[in-house]
Ligand binder design. Structure first.
Ligand code: FMN
Length: 187
């Protein structure tokens, strides 16, 4: 092993393997969805997550209006749609129909959850105006969560040989992704 220096501009890539997610938002009769790689758990009880939402995104505008957002975890089968919703804006037109994406309403919030995903988290924004404005960082309390029991049950992910299309996506930047691999460790 030779330890090599990594440019600071690339430092985040060393930690970037968490699942890329779809962030859904709604305000009034407007619904939208975007991709986000920068989403992470923040606390256990009550559960909280953090997500970075660029000021230019339409999704952020809807979230600021509604105080809610939905996280859907897309599987490999939705790779193309994930890239697509991350490369066009809802301001320029509906993304759902043209991309063949369908959404449904969760248990607690109005923001759209995406069909075909393998996990969903419904979140209410915990307002932190300074962090939102300065760092584009939004913190949400998770008020409901659900998952596809083919790959998540008993509180654990479990991907088998027949679940390749359901494996989660992990953006490693530059448009490249890994999919979840084999388990290691654990009990
Ligand atoms: C794989 C991927 C990951 C992305 N991660 C983020 C992210 O973490 N935060 C963010 O603000 N934008 C991220 N983006 C960009 C947004 O998804 C993109 O700006 C999108 O077009 C915004 O759509 P909207 O204007 O309809 O909200 C990502 C895009 C891709 C393709």
């Amino acid at each position: 092993m030779a330890r090599q220096s990594v440019a600071l501009a690339h430092a985040y890539r060393l930690l970037n393997h968490g699942p890329t997610v779809l962030v859904g938002a709604a305000s009034g009769d407007r619904h939208n969805v975007m991709a986000a790689a920068w989403c992470m758990p923040l606390d256990f009880e009550p559960p909280k997550i953090a997500v970075v939402l660029d000021k230019a995104t339409h999704t952020r505008e809807l979230i600021e209006q509604s105080g809610e957002f939905a996280i859907s975890v897309p599987p490999r089968a939705l790779l193309a749609a994930t890239v697509a919703v991350g490369n066009r804006s809802g301001r320029d037109g509906d993304k759902f129909g043209p991309l063949g994406l369908h959404h449904f309403t969760g248990d607690q919030i109005a923001a759209p959850l995406i069909e075909g995903c393998v996990a969903w988290l419904e979140c209410r924004v915990l307002p932190e105006p300074h962090n939102q404005s300065r760092y584009d960082l939004f913190i949400g309390e998770v008020v409901a969560a659900s998952a596809d029991d083919r790959v998540f049950s008993g509180g654990r992910w479990h991907f088998g040989p027949d679940d390749d299309a359901l494996r989660t996506l992990h953006h490693v930047a530059g448009g490249a992704f890994f999919v979840t691999g084999e388990p290691a460790g654990g009990d």
